[in-house]
Design a protein around this ligand. Structure first.
Ligand code: ATP
Ligand code: MG
Length: 671
């Protein structure tokens, strides 16, 4: 069996008490990285000789012109693969067709049923199809006057045309700025103006839980708020009535009908801008993060290959064993979708699955049904989704054959050990390694993560740094902390996928990431490292609670609450307290059928004391039907902190998913 049954012990924390799980033997057999010894050796090499390590890996991809230097580093500015010329669209598509894979599947798309009872729409695009459509849309963009360097805004549902549009942008060197389809008109206005974008590609709508999300309508509203946008291209997905403004709006299918099938790739400099992406806004006003071509390409390619242990077709177009099917459930509008639905996966010659709708439509087993039907091998999702699956019940996955799965992944927030164990048991059937990947929009790709064939895992720990990543826990002064002591999570060396700046705001870039800790990239997260060298992310530094001089991570206290059998989800924040300085307020969502009561509050408080210690005892516990989350599913603690402290919320709520949640919380507050 895979579990070593080894307890880490020693620290009075719930997180540390869980067992370690060694990689299952089957996972290691064919893995790219098969053992910790191999990881350690390559990790050391990657830090000691980054030029050699990254140079060799970059050589696995196509370059029109090879770089002259791997890295030029003048903190905080990095240039990777200096002087190299390449194109990411070429590495995703042309290269595969040239290797003889033209007829192999590159992308499988599944839509929502368009009418009640209708069957699912499924589209399979081969590398040749995807290349042809990408070329055609690249020609459309050119015919609309888009040139290298012009920012193209994409506001689309999860349909293949979103992938086609982004690959077309990359092909002609027009950076894209993708805005998640759940954002409002004012969010579009802000991002379009901030990025200086004059063209938007959208759709008449997308399907979600059987309803149409009217994207074009929202774009029209946004364009009433700004006069910067000259051109709108509208893909027809739903066929609903859509007013078109003459001279400004164009139908996708009409433009595509006459577009040529071939379009040469722009030879992009390694440091040419590839895309802009606004962060989730969990901590404040979203930042327009800039990523460039060469470094991001190499970094997402390599993290995809090693972290998901991807096995695709070889250089000669032949596969040496079963070819994976990768499913990352994130919307392409988030960085996770950019890197691990499209850009990291396609250059590995592994097909990717795209799904348009919600996990609970038409039923709560939609994901498991899709895994079974498509024979998905790698599944990557978020803790918020996993906690929802748990709440819905074990019976949903139990109905399906999930035996095709071999690796599971998670990203976005710290995963509660409770959820990790559930995921392993009910989805992975105790034989799939789980990669808990810590990273950020700013980092481009995975930073701290297990490798599925090598790394022993403790639930709740994102384990070890990826190759080339010099992660450390330091004090405010930049001093490295001893094992198990909490501190700031920083990176002491540059890496290829790192952000190159914030759009139009050099000062914010320097201030946010490079000024807190001398000489280091500051992540904004607090963490600690256990004596085995594993990292445990405690939550955002701004959220860390200091109770009577003891620093407590939000993740720890929340995990303790979630480990109670009646709790589904929890968020904790610090509130001012006369004696302790700060006390803990907990917002708790109960499992289906559980009733809130004073007695349960007391029981939960005692439970936290038992799991962590008296210091972590919540001063207040409030029950709520749901928690305020960003549209990417992350708990917005800053709003809860405001609410718990002042009774109302004044901060930026533009990325909040559901405003009614706040209203409900306020009521529960008053009640
Ligand atoms: P903003 O920067 O606008 O406040 P955001 O930080 O939520 O938004 P992202 O870049 O999407 O935007 O998220 C990165 C953050 O998510 C990390 O800094 C970390 O706090 C959290 N995170 C991501 N993955 C993990 C993980 N595996 N474990 C713990 N935390 C994670
Ligand atoms: Mg952030």
């Amino acid at each position: 069996m895979s579990s070593t049954g080894q307890a880490t012990g020693g620290v009075d924390s719930l997180l540390q008490e869980h067992r370690q799980f060694a990689p299952p033997v089957e996972a290691a057999a064919r893995a790219h990285i098969k053992s910790m010894a191999e990881y350690e050796r390559l990790y050391r090499l990657s830090l000691e000789d980054p030029a050699r390590f990254w140079g060799e890996r970059a050589g696995e991809l196509h370059w029109f012109k090879k770089w002259t230097r791997v890295l030029e580093w003048n903190a905080p500015d990095a240039k990777w693969f200096v002087g190299g010329k390449t194109n990411l669209s070429y590495n995703c598509l042309d290269r595969q067709v040239q290797a003889g894979l033209g007829d192999q599947t590159a992308l499988i798309w599944e839509g929502e049923p368009v009418a009640p009872g209708a069957s699912y729409e499924i589209r399979r695009l081969t590398y040749r199809d995807l290349l042809r459509e990408t070329c055609r849309f690249a020609n459309v963009l050119k015919s609309l006057g888009v040139k290298k360097g012009d920012v193209v805004t994409l506001y689309m549902p999860m349909v293949p045309e979103l992938a086609i549009a982004m690959l077309a942008c990359a092909r002609i060197g027009a950076p894209h700025s993708i805005i998640f389809g759940g954002f409002s008109a004012s969010a579009i206005r802000d991002r379009v103006e901030d990025a200086g974008s004059r063209i938007i590609v959208t759709a008449d709508g997308g399907w979600r839980r059987g309803k149409v999300v009217p994207l074009k309508h929202t774009v029209d509203e946004a364009l009433n708020l700004t006069d910067k946008v000259r051109t709108v291209v509208v893909f027809q997905r739903t066929g609903q009535d859509t007013p078109m403004k003459s001279g400004r709006d164009h139908w996708w299918h009409e433009l595509m009908a006459t577009a040529r099938d071939t379009c040469p790739c722009e030879e992009m400099d390694s440091e040419d801008l590839l895309f802009i992406l606004y962060t989730s806004g969990s901590t404040g006003k979203p930042k327009g993060i800039m990523h460039t071509t060469g470094g991001y390409m190499v970094y997402t390619y390599l993290t995809s290959k090693y972290v998901f242990d991807l096995h695709g077709y070889g250089e000669n177009g032949q596969a040496t064993g079963p070819v994976d099917l990768h499913w990352c459930t994130a919307d392409i509008g988030w960085v996770t979708g950019h890197s691990y639905v499209i850009y990291g996966v396609l250059p590995n010659r592994v097909p990717t699955l795209l799904y348009e709708g919600a996990p609970n439509f038409p039923d709560q087993d939609r994901f498991w049904d899709m895994i079974q039907r498509h024979r998905v091998t790698i599944f990557y999702t978020a803790p918020t989704a996993i906690r929802a699956f748990m709440r819905w019940g074990d019976q949903w996955p139990a109905r399906h054959d999930l035996s095709s799965l071999r690796i599971l992944g998670t990203v976005g927030e710290p995963i509660n050990p409770e959820a990790w164990i559930w995921y392993r048991k009910h989805i992975g059937k105790d034989h799939c390694p789980i990669v808990d990947t810590w990273w950020q929009t700013e980092t481009g790709g995975h930073m701290i993560t297990p490798l599925p064939g090598a790394t022993p895992c403790s639930p709740g720990s994102c384990t070890r740094p990826f190759f080339g990543i010099d992660a450390a826990i330091v004090s405010k002064e930049g001093q490295e902390m001893p094992p198990n002591a909490g501190g700031f999570l920083v990176m002491r060396k540059p890496w290829p996928g790192m952000l190159r700046g914030i759009v139009g705001d050099r000062q914010r870039f320097v201030q946010t990431y490079w000024s807190q800790i001398p000489g280091c990239y500051f992540t904004g997260d607090g963490a600690r490292r256990d004596p085995n060298g594993n990292f445990w992310v405690m939550g955002r530094v701004d959220d860390v609670i200091n109770v009577a001089g003891h620093r407590l991570g939000t993740a720890e206290v929340e995990s303790a609450l979630v480990s109670h059998p009646r709790v589904a989800e929890a968020a904790v924040v610090g509130i001012p307290h006369d004696l302790k300085g700060t006390a803990i307020a907990a917002f708790v969502t109960l499992k289906a059928g559980q009733q809130p009561s004073e007695a349960l509050k007391e029981e939960l408080a005692k439970h936290v004391v038992k799991e962590i210690g008296a210091i972590a005892r919540p001063e207040q516990i409030r029950f709520t039907e749901s928690l305020p989350k960003t549209r990417s599913g992350k708990i917005m603690r800053r709003l809860l902190r405001e609410l718990a402290t002042s009774g109302s919320v004044k901060g930026d709520t533009t990325t909040l998913e559901d405003f009614s949640v706040l209203a409900k919380l306020r009521e529960s507050d008053e009640g």
